[in-house]
Design a protein around this ligand. Structure first.
Ligand SMILES: [Zn+2]
Length: 278
């Protein structure tokens, strides 16, 4: 009897330690290092090597933890499956990362199965690397972006094998320009097309940090913003101009900080998981 009781207690303890952390009282934002892009050619950004502080780009992932659930924003360039046993790094095209996303999530107590919502800024390969990890989450996606992800033949700008499992995910097609994920105005997906057909940015209202706008690829290098440069490789350059104008007006109106995801020097200054912004 005593043995059974001990076994039961141990089983309960094991289950509790595997459970995701208790939901916080306000929104927490984790900036997760998902690797670095060694950009081979800056000319598509209308910039020379000398124009930029570094040609390299950061490729972060973000975990939003809300009292009512969790949401991943972007999944990095390198799939966890590219880590070979005994290797300290993994690569995908010109991206390198030093730790699997699953391991980074585990450091803060989460597994991919704990993630309520998956959403991505857009379909390019450097944002969808670990899409398959979140096939059990509810996928929040805009129609044109989903369409291009599963286009036949596939776009050379992405890696379909890295998100193929999303095809059968529980999916919510976002129709509104602004999509309020948890219904309280703290986590908003904002339409900002141009870089890709249905590119979006993420607006967060954090209690202590204040409002933050996470860029997707509205900009890559900060010099694009300063000099109003539109990359040559945009899906629709006119839309990019219009989206940038609308988002800049929104930033002005809300006083939000703009975090350019690919801006490596700026990203280096952000707190990384397991630390978080609240
Ligand atoms: Zn990108």
């Amino acid at each position: 009897m005593k043995k059974i009781r001990v076994a039961l207690i141990l089983a309960v303890l094991a289950v509790t330690s595997l459970a995701a952390p208790k939901p916080p009282l306000s929104v927490h934002l984790y900036v997760i290092d998902c690797g670095v892009l060694d950009i081979p050619d800056t000319s598509p950004y209308r910039l020379t090597k000398e124009d930029v502080v570094t040609t390299k780009m950061s490729a972060p992932c973000f975990l939003v933890v809300h009292p009512k659930g969790t949401m991943m924003w972007d999944t990095g360039p390198v799939p966890d499956t590219n880590f070979k046993p005994g290797s300290a790094t993994a690569t995908m095209r010109y991206a390198t990362t030093t730790k699997p996303l699953t391991a980074r999530l585990a450091e803060i107590g989460y597994t991919p199965a704990d993630i309520t919502y998956l959403t991505i800024s857009h379909f390019h390969w450097d944002h969808v690397g670990n899409g398959n990890l979140f096939a059990g989450s509810t996928w929040l996606v805009r129609q044109k972006e989903r369409d291009i992800m599963f286009a036949d033949p596939p776009s050379p700008r992405t890696e379909p094998a890295n998100f193929s499992a999303l095809k059968n995910s529980k999916t919510v097609i976002i129709k509104d320009a602004d999509y309020d994920v948890f219904g309280d105005g703290t986590v908003i997906l904002k339409s900002a097309p141009g870089h890709s057909p249905d590119h979006q940015v993420l607006f967060l209202k954090l209690k202590k940090t204040g409002p933050v706008l996470i860029s997707g690829d509205l900009y890559h290098y900060p010099e694009e913003r300063k000099r109003k440069l539109i990359p040559t490789t945009e899906f629709d350059a006119d839309q990019t101009v219009a989206s940038r104008a609308a988002i800049e007006a929104f930033i002005k109106q809300t006083g939000a900080q703009l975090w350019i995801q690919h801006d490596l020097p700026a990203n280096a200054k952000l707190k990384k998981s397991p630390a978080y912004y609240d």
